[in-house]
Design a protein around this ligand. Sequence first.
Ligand code: AMP
Length: 283
Amino acid sequence: MPGPIVLRDRESLRAWRGAQRAAGLSVALVPTMGALHEGHLSLIAKALSEADVVIASIYVNPTQFDRPDDLAAYPRDPEGDLALLARAGCHALFEPPTLYGPHHATWVEVPTLSATLCGAHRPGHFRGVATIVTKLLALAAPDVAIFGEKDFQQIQIIRRLAADLDLPTRIIGAPTIREADGLAMSSRNRRLSPDARAQAASIHAGLGAARRAFADGERRSAVLLGLVREAIEGAGGTVEYAELVEPETLSPLETEALPTGVIAVAAWFGGVRLIDNLRVGEG
Ligand code: AMP
């Protein structure tokens, strides 16, 4: 299978997009930060089922990193990425050196959904995410854009901003792809030592224990979240946050009568920060 056509600047992206429009082809965009894995490829597969042509983007967006050392250590694998995109049947790749001009001064923010969970621990992170996604949607003008539910708060923020700003792109979520032991695939998993990698499976184990308890009738969020914390801390990880939230508003859920919710967690293993989430209840 031939590899994707690689577009390195706005002008070539716009020209490519214009050609698809002229040919009457619908376009799906899959934004990523590279170091691609099967989770990203599942988004490409979903994109192929939703549109005629698929464009992925790879851009390690500096404005969404709250710590310079994290940005510097973010894994990069341009050659491996191209090979995976070719295998997945992706038609085009947008990989610009930068997307911020020297006078950049405009930001997109969704404060209500950004104050909690990851946003409470990573100042400015979702402002960076919301801004770069808005820029990518403006540049690629896709009919649909695919995002992973692994980054649950992120996709809810993107859905909100697309609705609030009347963006014409349809935002579609895709389920989390996991390793055999349940660990959510992530570019950051490459940075785990073998020990930390083994311990990190406790995130999904803890979420699974909470889901089973919920299915058995447990509704006290402190008990459910205690199961998550116990699993992670028992394995040697450090919990940054574990919360049970209402899926749309991301507000904490305490009620005993709730039918459904999302447990979201961030935890550290050997200096690597991982996130995951699991829906509990119906839906
Ligand atoms: P990233 O490159 O980590 O910024 O992720 C790019 C896109 O891939 C985002 O929409 C993520 O939610 C999605 N993604 C990351 N990991 C997974 C996974 N394990 N399963 C499904 N989608 C994922």
